[in-house]
Design a protein around this ligand. Structure first.
Ligand SMILES: *[C@@H]1O[C@H](CO)[C@@H](O)[C@H](O)[C@H]1NC(C)=O
Ligand SMILES: *[C@@H]1O[C@H](CO)[C@@H](O)[C@H](O)[C@H]1NC(C)=O
Ligand SMILES: [Zn+2]
Ligand SMILES: [Zn+2]
Length: 317
């Protein structure tokens, strides 16, 4: 079990180190590319080069990672070399499948999201996501919208929780939100999952070991997944029974009604708790377990896809 965890951690470390490369400023603006998001006000992070797009696609599982990343020059990455990965990204994200970086695709990539990958390499222990049934209908012909009915995914090769009482506590290196607010927000988010499962969630007492540890962290915070500042990623959490749930302390968080610049803490907490219970990213855009929650967006209610997923994993209620 410990071995599986370390393998998952290793995988996530690989993913994270690639992301570091994305934010290296030296890569930015090395080519004149029109990849600027039209939604400038809402997004502070832009792709400066095709190489960054490639790293993004690799990081979130749409493209196999190149092991010789340091050697790749930006000029070697062409849009056509990303055709398959962009097409897959568009298909999974309900965009027109063109294989090209059209504005809708770039805007989606700019949308703030969870740090967990959408697709894990198959056959790799500890991190691959077991795909649920995908129901394709409509046409997937070039340029046409591919209609994909979203479906939840479960982490593969994890150890689901076996006890029904799960405890949590708060561990932070940065205090952005008062403990009182954080407690209330996470309490409500846990309640939503408890309502559709056999779990009872309880805050651990002082000095008690908690199953799930929740906190805000910035930059490199010791788990191999440095946060990116106010950028693509707002949080990440590990598959069971690891229990670590981390929010990026550099984001602008809202504890009430988010403005267009703020990320809704309760929506993200609900999503990340889903990971700590064993759910991976769904392709259902309305579901809480969809990877993207844009700034100003509130998603505080579990959807049928989320409920189907958690009940498939813990069939008891
Ligand atoms: C797909 O393409 C059509 C026609 O070009 C366009 O009207 C529509 O907005 C596009 N949809 C998305 C999600 O990009
Ligand atoms: C929270 O739980 C973790 C994991 O059991 C433990 O290491 C930590 O000391 C606890 N924190 C507090 C503040 O009790
Ligand atoms: Zn996620
Ligand atoms: Zn972390």
């Amino acid at each position: 079990m410990a071995n599986l965890h370390s393998q998952l951690l290793l995988l996530l470390i690989l993913v994270a180190s690639l992301f570091l490369a994305i934010i290296q400023p030296s890569l930015a603006h090395s080519r004149k590319l029109i990849l600027q998001s039209p939604q400038k006000a809402a997004d502070t992070h832009h792709f400066g080069s095709l190489n960054e797009v490639r790293l993004y696609l690799e990081r979130f599982g749409y493209k196999e990672k190149r092991l010789d990343n340091n050697l790749i020059q930006d000029t070697l990455t062409t849009e056509s070399s990303l055709y398959a990965a962009i097409s897959l990204y568009q298909q999974k994200n309900h965009l027109n499948v063109t294989g090209k970086l059209d504005p809708e695709t770039v805007v989606r990539m700019m949308t703030p999201r969870c740090g967990m990958p959408d697709i894990f390499p198959s056959g790799r222990k500890g991190g691959s996501a077991a795909a649920g049934h995908q129901h394709h209908h409509g046409t997937s012909r070039h340029g046409k919208l591919l209609h994909v009915v979203g479906h939840y995914k479960l982490f593969d090769n994890m150890s689901p929780w076996t006890r029904s009482e799960i405890t949590y506590n708060f561990t932070s290196t940065v205090l952005l939100v008062s403990l009182e607010d954080l407690r209330a927000i996470c309490g409500r988010a846990f309640q939503r999952w408890a309502a559709v499962t056999r779990f009872q969630f309880r805050e651990a007492g002082e000095g008690e070991q908690a199953d799930i540890t929740i906190g805000f962290y910035t930059g490199d915070h010791g788990d191999g997944f440095p946060f990116d500042g106010p950028g693509h990623v707002w949080a990440h959490a590990f598959a069971p029974q690891d229990g670590r749930l981390h929010f990026d302390g550099s984001e602008l968080w809202s504890t009430a009604t988010p403005t267009m610049d703020e990320t809704d803490l309760e929506s993200v907490a609900l999503h990340e708790i889903g990971h700590t219970l064993g759910l991976a990213h769904t392709t259902d855009q309305d579901a809480v377990m969809y990877a993207y929650i844009g700034r100003g967006v509130v998603k505080r209610e579990l959807q049928q896809d989320d409920i189907d997923g958690i009940r498939a994993l813990y069939p008891s209620k």
